[in-house]
Design a protein around this ligand. Structure first.
Ligand SMILES: Nc1nc2c(ncn2[C@@H]2O[C@H](COP(=O)(O)OP(=O)(O)O)[C@@H](O)[C@H]2O)c(=O)[nH]1
Ligand SMILES: [Mg+2]
Length: 322
């Protein structure tokens, strides 16, 4: 096995193969992945990060596809991390045709990494953020993160990118009703894709009303844009909205504040993981847990009381991390 450290100088000089290898090291996890991320982190922070999120089949890949040549035309290099459920039933484009075309034409300015999403887990995975870090460190000007979402509107995605684009379709109308408030918190730009289908105008009107109803604390009103991504319709307006949001973020240190919140959320999640892992690996903790379950099942204490006792013990004697 080659030491990843040998890859770093090549990575730094822009070697795509070295980038690809380092992405794999990160994807495989473990101590090597952590060492790569440690080594690269100081090189991150320059890329403009854009998350494209929405339900499966909404047209996220098609949108990424349509935007990519535009970024290239503007002289910006592009990195793409696509979380793909790769369902044999979805019929969606794993990689968009246009992106495939630029790649086939030998454009080294586009780098794509597909990430098979893990089972039923939806939403942005920490791994996707880490791969985005690698592409950022690699010097990509724009990094797009395609991720399935909306069912679980979560704030994590809001802080994983400078700009979150939520892609919906007329079919998602009902779902939107129940998610209104959450969507407004998360979406910096709404895209109503499949505008060639019935119901698109109504959804645009709905979302526009929603966006106008409540002002966000960051002072940005999310635009609502209709697109037919697979025909390149309405994409110029999405591009303009992305530029407008970039300009907005440049004011008053907003971009830095947002990134700081994102990093805080990432560190918190990693600490949570480390604590949980350390606890469940600690033999004393497991013994204590088994004893508690025994007491609960005898009816001696409630599950709540057991959990409180365990939590209290954790505070006194936190198990050491591995
Ligand atoms: N009718 C129509 N189909 C579209 C549009 N955009 C994408 N599609 C198709 O919808 C399917 C899913 O698109 P895809 O981009 O893979 O969706 P994703 O799962 O959100 O990435 C593909 O067959 C696309 O060709 C659109 O605006 N109108
Ligand atoms: Mg897709």
């Amino acid at each position: 096995m080659s030491d990843f450290r040998n890859l770093l100088p090549r990575f730094e000089s822009g070697d795509a193969l070295a980038a690809s290898r380092l992405l794999s090291v990160v994807e495989n996890g473990g101590p090597d992945a952590e060492a790569v991320l440690d080594a690269l982190f100081s090189r991150t922070g320059r890329a403009r990060r854009i998350a494209i999120t929405g339900p499966g089949g909404a047209g996220k890949s098609s949108l990424v596809d349509a935007l990519t040549p535009r970024f290239r035309a503007a002289g910006r290099t592009v990195g793409i991390v696509a979380e793909d459920p790769t369902s044999p039933f979805s019929g969606g484009a794993v990689l968009g045709d246009r992106v495939r075309m630029v790649r086939a034409a030998g454009d080294a300015g586009v780098f794509i990494r597909s990430l098979a999403s893990r089972g039923s887990e939806s939403g942005l995975s920490p791994l996707a953020c880490e791969l985005a870090d690698v592409l950022d460190a690699f010097g990509r000007d724009v990094v797009m993160l395609e991720t399935m979402g909306v069912g679980q509107v979560e704030t994590r995605i809001r802080f994983a990118a400078d700009t979150v684009v939520v892609v919906l379709t007329p079919e998602a109308g009902d779902e939107v009703q129940s998610l209104k408030a959450g969507l407004l918190e998360v979406a910096d730009i709404f895209v109503v894709n499949k505008a060639d289908r019935a119901g698109a105008d109504a959804l645009v009107a709905d979302l526009t009303a929603l966006a106008g109803m409540r002002s966000r604390t960051d002072g940005w009103s999310p635009p609502v844009l209709a697109t037919t991504a697979n025909r390149d319709d309405g994409i110029a307006a999405v591009e303009s909205a992305l530029v407008a949001h970039e300009t907005h973020l440049a004011g008053n240190g907003r971009r830095e504040a947002r990134r700081r919140q994102g990093l805080a959320a990432r560190v918190r999640a990693l600490v949570d993981d480390a604590l949980r892992r350390a606890w469940w690996q600690d033999p004393t903790a497991l013994t204590r847990f088994d004893a508690m379950v025994e007491r609960v099942s005898r009816g001696a204490v409630s599950p709540q009381r057991a959990a409180r006792d365990i939590a209290a013990a954790l505070r006194v004697a936190a198990p050491t991390s591995q």
